[in-house]
Design a protein around this ligand. Structure first.
Ligand code: SAH
Length: 341
């Protein structure tokens, strides 16, 4: 089967699919994400959203959409921080696009728990896809969402491009193999072994954004290169370690890098305006992560060392600062959002 079909089966199999696993994100799970590392991440995105709401003209109803909200931590922290902007929270209705049942339950608990510190919780609705989110001005946030969507891999093999497939290898074990030949445009590298990765979910997302008539801004944060690159980036992570993507299907988080230059190009072709990508360190730095962390440290001296280490992890080149990028995609009628202009 094609690599995207294999990834989809690993995610979605009714019995063995990874999406049925509740404890995937966090210290006791398989991988950790920025909002789970530091509350400052979601808070800054909440403030960013409130400023974007102002630039849209403070609409009375704003759809605050999150794609793949995981444990709901980012949205909880964003809403808590959004209280600082008068009028923002009363305009917001929250739309969570999530296909995993266990994740939906975690999101519900994070947002509706009485000690979540959000205060007035706006209405929350769950959806299967962005297409289901009703019309109206919207801010769409996606952190580590695109990397989880299946990719096809096309391998340059001799004179032609061929579909990379998952097949039965020696001893009945799964193995990668070269499948049928594919016609690709000619500006791609012709180096033997070069791999082009194609993610149809990106095209669907961009088409769903472009189909919205009311003003909208999307913030897409993920890991991957800003410049085109042509290698195999499929990875599987279990218990915070890299494992063989073909071993024990469905038991590990299967992802691949986001190719930001291709994504930006596709967004422009869909009629959307694009800013970035900028590195996560640039994005969070411009939003004031250093000042916000210093303030939190002063307020919570006993947690100061942890807060500082968490910010360091989000910002450092060896941590997430450089590999992770932020891209803004918006209605062409709006100005560039904060931290991108
Ligand atoms: N944004 C969160 C979680 C990232 S993990 C964080 O930063 O912590 C990826 C998330 O996307 C999970 O919640 C997963 O269940 C969800 N997901 C994966 N594929 C999806 C799809 N096709 N549609 C909606 N949600 C999806």
């Amino acid at each position: 089967m094609r690599v995207d079909q294999f990834m989809e089966a690993c995610h979605a199999h009714p019995l063995y699919g990874y999406r049925h696993k509740a404890r995937s994100i966090g210290a006791g799970g398989d991988f950790i994400t920025a909002p789970e590392i530091s509350q400052v991440f979601g808070e800054l995105i909440g403030l960013w959203s409130a400023v974007v709401w102002e630039t849209i003209g403070r609409p009375a109803l704003l759809r605050l959409v999150e794609l793949g909200p995981g444990r709901g931590t980012l949205m909880r922290d964003a809403l808590r921080a959004g209280k600082a902007m008068a009028g923002f929270l009363s305009a917001v209705s929250v739309h969570l696009v999530e296909i995993s049942e266990p994740m939906r339950r975690l999101q519900c608990a994070a947002l509706l728990r009485s000690d979540a510190g959000v205060g007035h919780v706006p209405a929350v609705t769950w959806h299967e896809s962005l297409r289901e989110v009703p019309e109206g001005p919207a801010i769409v946030v996606a952190n580590e969402f695109l990397d989880a969507l299946p990719i096809r891999q096309l391998v340059h093999d001799g004179p032609s491009w061929r579909e990379r497939v998952v097949a039965l290898g020696p001893g009945g074990r799964l193995a990668f193999a070269a499948g049928g030949t594919i016609e690709l445009q000619s500006d791609l590298p012709t180096r033997q072994g070069a791999i082009v990765e194609r993610r149809a979910g990106e095209d669907e997302l961009l088409a769903a954004l472009a189909a919205r008539t009311a003003p909208h801004v999307a913030l897409l944060i993920d890991y991957g290169p800003a410049e085109p690159s042509f290698g195999d980036t499929l990875q599987a992570v279990r218990g915070h370690a890299y494992v063989d993507p073909l071993a024990e299907p469905g038991s590990a988080d299967l992802t691949s890098h986001v190719q930001f230059s291709a994504l930006a190009q596709k967004a422009r072709a869909a009629g959307l305006a694009v800013e970035g990508p900028v590195t996560q360190a640039e994005f969070l730095g411009r939003l004031g992560i250093v000042e916000r962390t210093a303030r939190l440290m002063a307020l919570n001296p006993s947690r100061a060392a942890d807060l500082e280490a968490a910010t360091q992890r989000l910002m450092s080149p060896g941590g997430m600062g450089q590999l992770f990028k932020a891209l803004a995609v918006r209605s062409p009628t709006l100005p560039a959002p904060p931290a991108f202009g």
